[in-house]
Design a protein around this ligand. Structure first.
Ligand code: H79
Length: 590
């Protein structure tokens, strides 16, 4: 049993930073206090070894693809019924099943794609909030076998394909929301004959029986992914979790079951955390913007972005589950497949960097990239190559034995390693054979220990988030918002500045000199910002602002000697209540 899993037996894990989270989202996703008991450690192995997975949103909504009656709707496709999207009446939506015929669905191709992408298991929507079951349900006819001309059970096919390709299979099941079955969350309140019903009616006549079905009819299941518990009463969640445990003793139950009854923490949709998170957790994300297929959605994450987000999640101590939205005909959008495969080729070159590794001792990203750890080995993944060809590691207290590039083909030459003050400098070769994301393997004399001070990189821009600031005389708050309908963005901002209010960071400077300061913020109209180096220089400048977060230059500031400083930002003039700071950026200038 690995160290991380044992730790979980005693850990009570609380959400990221203890900052206030959007009330509505908390209601939607439920209480997220998770623990994995010692006896459940076997189940935890799924995440320990397989910290990369495929999520699939596929359902009747995929057939619509966000184009309904000639009009396009922008947002998450599986919500197309919602009144903020197309507002489709229940009977009209149900009637669409007659045309849903995904004859090109090929479970083997999808499983092979997941395997080639480097993913270890697949979680697919067995039933989303629309209530349409994507498997042959005996208890409700609104399913892909009974209500469509297709007549096949794609979940049976996928279960076989996952077995063939050595992948785990999990089912997403919307346990609280059901928009088409009487009594379901946000669903109709009466049956067809007008009888008033409550949640119990839905639970007893559909939900419970369907959870029994998906956990008994498809062989071993790796995970049951409940979502949006909302106001579901606790006893129902208790029973559903018990059903999963009874039928699938090795299956994990997602954190969004509700009431902290799941096995692990699920962060917010599309939320890659900036700081290490303890315990077993996962981030779910999409290859483009929507979860379910949307005809216009061509904003794909590049292979490098996928790897960056994957390594960030693993480096913060978690698991990354990345979604694809197959079309209504069952095919996977080609560009989604291509970007996943390209990222997968990199993982095939560097599997030891991703699988079974632990979180970075720095607890956050570094200017050139991110770090995963296996015992006394660091894997440095270089996402932004420094021009002068050296990597700087701030505050590494453990002695380095050796550093070399990772290559499958042959053992690489040792790289020159120097230490100066609290910094370690690794000289990279002039020619880097890996073009996508080079990896440097650093062997240490002991398990890594790192000084938590922020290092100002001598070669690259260093970004420090407001999330990490010590704040006085202003408010530090977490905020989520929807970029498009259902597409969530997350930020920790410092705002509501009082006169003299400050956001401060302790930093360590290796190269003295002038650094250009930029600030990322949003706000109203022009704002005057001040930046101070404790015992040193004060600069201030006015810049415009925008309603969304943008980066603005403030000016140069000097660090006259190497060593430690406290850098502070203050809001000097303007709409100080609205001015919201997201990050400070320091780039070597002179
Ligand atoms: O399956 C994907 C989403 O459909 C599902 N979770 C991921 C994995 C999800 N369901 N709900 N939410 C995420 C939270 C969404 C809340 C909102 Fe709304 C939907 C905010 C705006 C639209 C609910 C309805 C609150 C206001 C309107």
């Amino acid at each position: 049993m690995s160290k991380r899993v044992i730790e979980l037996s005693v850990l009570v894990v609380l959400l990221v930073s203890g900052l206030t989270f959007c009330q509505n989202m908390d209601k939607m996703w439920g209480e997220q206090v998770m623990r994995l008991k010692a006896g459940d450690a076997e189940r935890g192995q799924l995440f320990e070894q397989g910290n990369y997975a495929m999520f699939i949103h596929w359902g009747l909504y995929s057939h619509i693809g966000n184009l309904y009656k000639g009009k396009s709707y922008y947002g998450i496709g599986e919500w197309i019924m919602n009144r903020n999207m197309a507002g489709i009446p229940i009977d009209e939506y149900q009637a669409l099943a007659a045309d849903f015929n995904p004859v090109k669905f090929n479970a083997n191709e999808i499983a092979k794609l997941a395997r080639d992408a480097g993913m270890k298991y697949i979680v697919i929507t067995a039933k989303h909030h629309d209530g349409f079951a994507m498997y042959h349900s005996k208890v409700n006819k609104f399913n892909i076998v009974d209500a469509t001309p297709f007549g096949r059970d794609p979940m049976k096919e996928l279960a076989r394909a996952c077995k063939k390709y050595g992948l785990g299979l999990g089912f997403y099941y919307s346990h609280n929301q059901d928009w088409t079955f009487p009594g379901g969350g946000n669903g109709p309140k009466t049956t067809a004959d007008g009888t008033k019903v409550d949640f119990k009616h839905y639970y007893e006549n559909k939900c419970r029986a369907q959870v029994e079905e998906i956990t008994t009819n498809y062989g071993p299941i790796a995970i049951v992914w409940f979502d949006t518990p909302g106001r579901i009463p606790r006893e129902y969640v208790e029973e559903l979790v018990a059903i999963v445990h009874k039928n699938q003793p090795n299956a994990l139950v997602s954190g969004r079951a509700g009431y902290g009854l799941g096995d692990y923490l699920s962060l917010g949709d599309m939320e890659v955390p900036n700081e290490n998170v303890e315990g077993i957790w996962e981030t779910v994300d999409t290859t483009n913007d929507s979860w379910a297929y949307a005809w216009y959605d061509n904003y794909w994450k590049t292979p490098k972005e996928i790897l960056h987000r994957l390594v960030s999640c693993v480096g913060r101590g978690g698991t990354y589950m990345l979604n694809i939205g197959p079309r209504g005909d069952g095919t996977v959008p080609e560009l989604a497949a291509q970007t996943l495969r390209k990222a997968g080729e990199w993982i095939t070159r560097y599997p030891q960097v991703v699988y079974g590794t632990d979180a970075s001792p720095w607890k956050h990203a570094l200017p050139w990239g991110d770090v995963t750890v296996k015992d006394k080995t660091l894997f440095l993944c270089v996402f932004d190559m420094p021009k002068e060809g050296a990597l700087y590691l701030p505050g590494l207290k453990t002695k380095v034995k050796s550093a070399r590039l990772v290559s499958k083909r042959r053992k690489q030459a040792e790289l020159k390693v120097q230490t100066q003050n609290s910094w370690t400098r690794i000289q990279l070769p002039a020619r880097m054979p890996e073009k996508l994301v080079p990896v440097v393997q650093v062997e240490l004399e002991a398990e890594p220990e790192v000084d938590p001070c922020w290092g100002i990189d001598p070669a690259l821009e260093t970004t420090i988030l407001a999330q990490f600031a010590k704040v006085t005389g202003a408010k530090q708050e977490s905020k989520k918002w929807m970029e498009k309908f259902g597409e969530w963005k997350h930020v920790v901002r410092v705002w509501k500045w009082e006169p003299g209010g400050k956001a401060s960071w302790e930093v360590d400077v290796l190269e003295p000199g002038y650094y250009n300061v930029d600030l990322t913020y949003n706000g109203k109209d022009r704002i005057v910002w001040g930046v101070d180096v404790q015992g040193g220089q004060h600069i201030q400048n006015q810049q415009n602002s925008s309603h969304n977060y943008q980066k603005f230059p403030i000016g140069w500031i000097s660090f006259p000697k190497p060593g430690r400083y406290t850098v502070s930002v203050s809001c000097v003039e303007g709409d100080m209540a609205e001015a919201s700071l997201k990050a400070i950026h320091l780039t070597p200038a002179l």
